[in-house]
Design a protein around this ligand. Structure first.
Ligand SMILES: [Zn+2]
Length: 162
């Protein structure tokens, strides 16, 4: 292999890596049926581009991008897709990760499944139990009382003050 061929091969490999990265960073999307269902066109109409990307295609918002990250008022965080109450401010904590974080969800508010988008480890995905919209992931490095960290995309929720 001469130097030019090597350089081209390297370029092709780098291009392939870049092409794969968006797929690898996405979460699996839960399959229904869910109590609330909408067509793809309806979702696109009611959600911003960023919310659609997160909630309907498993994307992740930019860290520290959501105003909900800084909210410490008493209230409830609702699903932006169907207004289902998901998390109480009583379980919210400042994780420093840049995403709204909670130790637990409200009863029966969310569903979970194994997310196998990363080849070498399985993450726990969580989604709205009513409309199936992707919310975030649950990690086992949270504080008491559950030891869990629900790492949620703020763009998938609205906040209603108590
Ligand atoms: Zn929902």
């Amino acid at each position: 292999m001469n130097r030019r061929t090597f350089a081209l091969t390297g370029l092709a490999a780098a291009t392939a890596l870049v092409a794969f990265r968006p797929t690898a960073s996405r979460a699996d999307i839960a399959e229904g049926p869910f109590p609330v269902t909408r067509t793809d066109a309806e979702w696109r109409t009611m959600l911003s581009d960023e919310a659609y990307d997160v909630m309907r295609t498993g994307g992740t918002e930019r860290a520290f991008s959501s105003p909900l990250n800084d909210i410490s008022d008493m209230g409830t965080f609702h699903c932006k897709g169907c207004d289902n109450p998901l998390y109480s401010s009583e379980t919210k904590f400042m994780s420093g990760t840049g995403w709204p974080s909670f130790t637990s969800a409200l009863p029966d508010a969310i569903g979970t499944m194994d997310d196998r988008q990363f080849l070498f480890f399985v993450r726990t995905e969580c989604h709205c139990a009513r409309c199936g919209s992707h919310l975030g992931h649950i990690f086992e490095d949270g504080p008491e009382p559950t030891g869990l960290r629900h790492c949620i995309n703020g763009v998938a929720m609205t906040f209603q003050a108590a």
